[in-house]
Design a protein around this ligand. Sequence first.
Ligand SMILES: Cc1ncc(COP(=O)(O)O)c(C=O)c1O
Length: 473
Amino acid sequence: MRAHPAGPRHADVLARVSTAGPRPAGAAELNVLHPAVWPRGAHRGDDGAVRLAGVEVGELAEAYGTPLFVVDEADFRARCAEHAAAFGAPHRVHYAAKAFLCTEVARWVAEQGLSLDVCTGTELALALHAGFPAARIAMHGNNKSADELIAAVTAGVGAVVLDSFLEIARLDDIARRHAVVQPVLIRATVGVEAHTHEFIATAHEDQKFGFSLAAGDAAEAVRRVLKSQGLRLMGLHSHIGSQIFDADGFELAAHRMVGLLASIRDEHGPQVASALAALDLGGGLGIAYTADDDPPRPATLAAHLLAVVEARCRSAGIPIPELVVEPGRAIAGPGTITLYEVGTIKEVTVAASTQRRYISVNGGMSDNVRTALYDATYDCRLVSRWSEAPAALSRVVGKHCESGDVVVRDCWLPDDLAPGDLLAVASTGAYCYSMSSRYNLLPRPAVVAVREGTHRLLLRRETMADLLSLEIS
Ligand SMILES: Cc1ncc(COP(=O)(O)O)c(C=O)c1O
């Protein structure tokens, strides 16, 4: 076992080379699964192995191999129900399919009574394949093709979220040709920069989504839709970013959107304004990736936003629209873990008397690109057994040919970690599988659901045969 240097000098060095925080006081701390970060059904048994919904992780690794996404179904469903209760009715909560979608998940969302937000023709096709009611689907996207719009119109989706002037004309034409009046929302960019990573903040002006409120494009989009014969304006939409902890951005967006509603009333009359029944404030509610994160609870955020919208509408003298939200991460993220097997372990000296341990696992940026892309942080634990060993400063890396292939940049893991141990990374249910790739021809992992002591496959692991099936020669 290595000796761990201690004292203030080492703490300074550590702060420079790591964001993992102070070394855990005792080995026991490393074995604790923080309840805000880990799926609700996760606990460590008396034998030291972690169980999810009563199923031991070793059993899952044995049955399905690793890397493996494990979804706690009860956790996913409970978060659907909590959002539905918070916003007053399940249909007002549109689960954002981009976070993670497969047939089974689409069915869970449908059974919980939620609506669904899709962004591509293929997300729409999968939802319809799962039997998701088309009337509860909203179709998003800044570059929907004519074929995608036709698919949405013919399926009878509840709303298309309009994103450009070109699309207004195109959808109007398609709807009229299909003898349909298509309900639509207009996506406005409200000039709010959410407190989040710059790559995923989307409501500032210089970006590809929506119609600018400040430049008057949103008002012009309203005029064009009202003049059209194939479109019915049913509401307004905005989305200010992702992984947001601070309600101020949502509040400001709500203020500005109600301001737009008031100006629509002034320009087009009260009847038009009262027909705009939906005010969709998008997704973006943050989750706890580590114990340091303290996101607002859906109920708290909902109560706050409902109060803001009500007060603002009352003072503007306009009817109060139905508040709609589109959470993806906050529903799918926390209930899933990724299981990896430890492979090679390497010690690297990173500063005077400070070593970092590189733990290579059998997946990486192909199953979780968020660390490389957004500098995301995660909580990672040894889950196949209990360890009494002291903590070693560690970096969990993948097996790809890329030095940026990092899964967890800085964390403390037991010093006695060995090849064959199982590690789990928490809160990987959103934007991990859905953003996965086949980089280095690594087949995508399987996804398994656990519930009340049972497990079943949602998506099987890709195989070499799957990869070869795309080859022509
Ligand atoms: C329009 C829209 N709605 C909803 C979401 C879901 O966001 P989140 O998963 O952060 O809740 C996104 C994410 O990019 C989005 O672009």
